[in-house]
Write a protein of this length. Sequence first.
Length: 201
Amino acid sequence: MAPRAVVWDFGNVIVRWNPRTLYSKIFPDPVVCDRFLADVCTMAWHAPTDCGVTFADNCAALSARHPDHEAAIWAWRRRWDEMFSGAIPETEAAIEALHACGVPQYGLSNISHETLDSTLAMSPAFGRLAGVIASGVEGLMKPDPAIYHLTCERFGLAPGDLLFVDDSARNIAAAQAVGFDVHHFTDPAALRPALAARGLL
C-alpha cells in the first residue's frame, strides 16, 4: 500500500542546522573550530538534551570539565538559533503542495523541549504539521523503535500509512525496520519526485 501521510524530520530537512554556523563566529580559525566541536561540544555530549536533559545541566557539567571554554559551551544554548541558516525552499514548497492536496503531515524530531518552540517559529511550513513528536518531550530518541511506534499510536496511523523523511541513514533504517516507507533526504531536488512517485503529489 502507498503511504497516505508524511512525517518530517526537522534539522537539515525543513531547516538547515549546523553547529559550525555559530562556532565559526566564535572560533574564526577553522582548525580551532573543528577541534572544539570534535573534543568539547560534541554531538555525543549534545544528545542528552535531545532526550530531556536541560541545557543548564548539560552545559554546567561540560563547563566543569572544560572551564577554559565555559563561554563557548554556554553559547550552545544562549545562541542556539545562530546554528540555523534558514529553511530549505524545496521542502517548504513540498509541504505547501502536500497541504494543498490534503495530505496529513506530522513532525518527528530529535530536539530539546527547550528549543522546540523557537525552532518551530523558523518556517511557516511547521504550521502545516498536524502534530509533532519531539524527543525531548517524550524521553525517547530516534533511532529507538519505540519513538516510531509512539508516532503511529499518537497519530492513529499504521507504519505502512507513513512516509518518513529524514537526513540520517540510521534513523531511516530504523523507521524502515518498523514498517514505514522512507525517503533518505540527501538532495532537496530529489524530494518532490519521491513524493510524486508515491502518489502523494
